[in-house]
Design a protein around this ligand. Structure first.
Ligand code: GRF
Length: 203
């Protein structure tokens, strides 16, 4: 049966679009679910309209705490029949209850080679540190900060003529490749998780 994929996004939504496009074109065997955002002005909301998707603004200021916000997020996701949640540039940590409700069913995209440079501004962190390679990582979200089991990684070289912007651009291109690919593998039930390790099953 086709899985239903829903999204969390806070920003411009290029990763959201990369995945949604593949689902809309049947390159990923799934149905589009809903988009939840914590930012009324997120570009992702406009993109969602193009795919005929419903999006919901879940205003963190309208809730006394993260737990009650996430309780409502779960309600929305469940009423859309969500099987997989894709955090496509969602800039908030997810709480214990949300993570355990969707255990091993939330995929995040991170713009660095984890476990290096977790948290925010990872491209800048890598540039400032002087590493010669960086990249991006897809992983399942657990209770820690960018610490869950790794699904895929892609490497990007940092050359002496690179800037934070050029590195970010190169990383973003790879994000748009490995995030849809990771979602596709999940939807084809080709992902097995053993402890920290993700095993990709061949067909
Ligand atoms: C991406 O760099 C992603 O890795 C990070 O947030 C950014 C979101 O970009 N988690 P976009 O909204 O998908 O364009």
């Amino acid at each position: 049966m086709k899985k239903i994929v829903s999204f969390l996004a806070s920003g411009r939504g290029s990763n959201f679009t990369a995945v949604a496009k593949n689902i809309a074109k049947d390159k990923i065997n799934a149905h589009l679910g809903i988009l939840l955002t914590d930012n009324l002005n997120a570009g992702a909301v406009d993109h969602a309209k193009k795919f005929g998707m419903k999006s919901y603004f879940m205003d963190p200021k309208g809730y006394p705490d993260r737990e009650s916000l996430e309780k409502d997020m779960i309600k929305q996701l469940e009423s859309a029949g969500t099987d997989l949640v894709v955090a496509a540039g969602y800039m908030r940590m997810l709480g214990k209850k949300f993570v355990s409700h969707y255990k091993n069913r939330i995929i995040n995209i991170h713009p660095a080679l984890l476990p290096s440079f977790p948290g925010i501004h990872s491209q800048k962190q890598a540039f400032d540190y002087g590493v010669k390679i960086t990249g991006c990582t897809t992983h399942f979200i657990d209770e820690g900060m960018d610490s869950g089991p790794i699904i895929m990684q892609a490497v990007v070289e940092i050359n002496s003529d690179d800037s934070i912007q050029s590195i970010s651009d190169k990383i973003l291109m790879e994000e748009h490749r490995i995030l849809p690919e990771s979602v596709r593998l999940f939807c084809e039930e080709r992902i097995l998780i053993e402890g920290r390790k993700v095993i990709i099953l061949s067909r």
